[in-house]
Design a protein around this ligand. Structure first.
Ligand SMILES: Nc1ncnc2c1ncn2[C@@H]1O[C@H](COP(=O)(O)OP(=O)(O)OP(=O)(O)O)[C@@H](O)[C@H]1O
Ligand SMILES: [Mg+2]
Length: 364
């Protein structure tokens, strides 16, 4: 039997440059504006790609000024740090910027407590190292190394989850714009090609950005990414994203807009601690982000489609809420129960009533 392989565009989640290849090609064809050195597109075209217009899909809902500041930083000699609550599209924004600016978003380092300096700079193929000593062939380059060499954007996800001494490995690369490989004889400096820069993301909930050294902070421009302010924009985004994911799966049904309205309203009220009428709501300790709303809406549609042959019901939201929003905090579950009991029950409309009627589906 032939081994199965999956191409990027058929994969569960194609990278932005594959998913939006047509738009990127069209933008490049019509782009007459000045491009910063090493960039594939002009700043104006990158902005259009991210925020969208009549011909280009909106990919990030945010003030265009955020994208402008981010691009100016990336064209300068400072790196960019996107900070914010979980699920506010920091990773997505860094992916889109990298795809539009340098044609690839896959030069990525995933930060974690186990990240080592090798993963940031370079390592060795030990078989070759033993055989022929330190040579360019034996070198195993990191995404950062390749970005530097090829003049591209490298992404560093969750940078503040890395040990501070590993983070500090970036200091000289970001200020000198070169990477030394002292083990190699002779020519052992890799100089940054035009277009190289770094986008890091950091989550304010995980461990905060506090542990980044002051020296490293100075090499970054910080941009805070906020949750979507407008209800209408958040609802439209959830609708769009779910439709896109279902289309990718070949599922033809779409959740009813009333179901998504219940979902988005519930998420926003539990997030903001205030309801549409201005009344107080107990906020959850877990973040109920737009990203979570999208994945709950997707789950609702899948449940309806595969288990019953419909497009998803308000009761499915209740089923998904406990797993998505309460996580490991039993108090959150109580807050959700009180919300459905006291708020949803008073709302007019069949869908709110069905949502209220399904409250027994929450785990006890
Ligand atoms: N402002 C927004 N614009 C577009 N999509 C958004 C926005 N906010 C949330 N999303 C949704 O969230 C998903 C992306 O979340 P992403 O993983 O990028 O968030 P994050 O901020 O990196 O979260 P984390 O801190 O948990 O890593 C998107 O695919 C989209 O469905
Ligand atoms: Mg992220």
């Amino acid at each position: 039997m032939k081994p199965m392989t999956t191409t990027a565009n058929k994969s569960q989640r194609p990278p932005a440059e594959v998913l939006h290849a047509d738009e990127l090609a069209a933008l490049a064809r019509s782009d007459r504006d000045p491009r910063p050195p090493g960039w594939r597109l002009s700043m104006k075209a990158v902005r259009r790609f991210v925020v969208g217009d009549h011909d280009i899909k909106t990919k990030i809902v945010c003030p265009p000024s955020l994208i402008e500041r981010a691009m100016v930083t990336l064209a300068s000699n400072r790196a960019l740090l996107l900070v914010g609550e979980p699920g506010t599209a920091k990773s997505l924004l860094s992916e889109l910027l990298a795809a539009a600016i340098s044609g690839t978003s896959t030069l990525t380092i995933q930060g974690s407590a186990a990240t080592t300096e090798d993963q940031i700079k370079y390592g060795w193929n030990y078989a070759l190292l033993l055989n022929e000593g330190p040579s360019p062939r034996a070198l195993v380059t990191s995404p950062l190394y390749r970005a530097l060499q090829e003049g591209r954007i490298v992404r560093f996800e969750e940078i503040t989850r890395c040990p501070a001494e590993v983070q500090d490995g970036l200091l000289s690369i970001l200020s000198e714009r070169l990477l030394m490989v002292p083990e190699l004889p002779g020519d052992n400096a890799v100089f940054a090609a035009p277009g190289f820069n770094l986008i890091a993301t950091a989550n304010t909930r995980d461990r905060g950005v506090n542990e980044m050294s002051a020296a490293l902070k100075r090499r970054f421009a910080f941009e805070t990414v906020f949750p979507i302010a407008s209800y209408d924009e958040e609802l439209a985004l959830v609708q769009r994203e779910v439709a896109r994911m279902l289309a990718h799966d070949g599922v033809a049904t779409r959740p009813a807009s009333e179901v998504l309205e219940v979902l988005v309203t519930t998420f926003r009220e539990l997030r903001q601690g205030v309801d549409q009428e201005g009344g107080a709501i107990e906020r959850l300790s877990t973040v109920v982000s737009t990203a979570e709303a999208v994945s709950v809406a997707y789950g609702v549609a899948l449940r309806g489609h595969y288990l019953r042959g419909d497009s998803g019901q308000p009761g499915d939201i209740v089923e998904a809420l406990a797993g998505a929003a309460a996580k490991d905090n039993p108090d959150d579950l109580k807050k959700i129960r009180r919300y459905i009991e006291h708020k949803a029950g008073k709302r007019k409309g069949e869908h709110w009533q069905q949502f209220h009627a399904a409250r027994h589906l929450l785990p006890q």
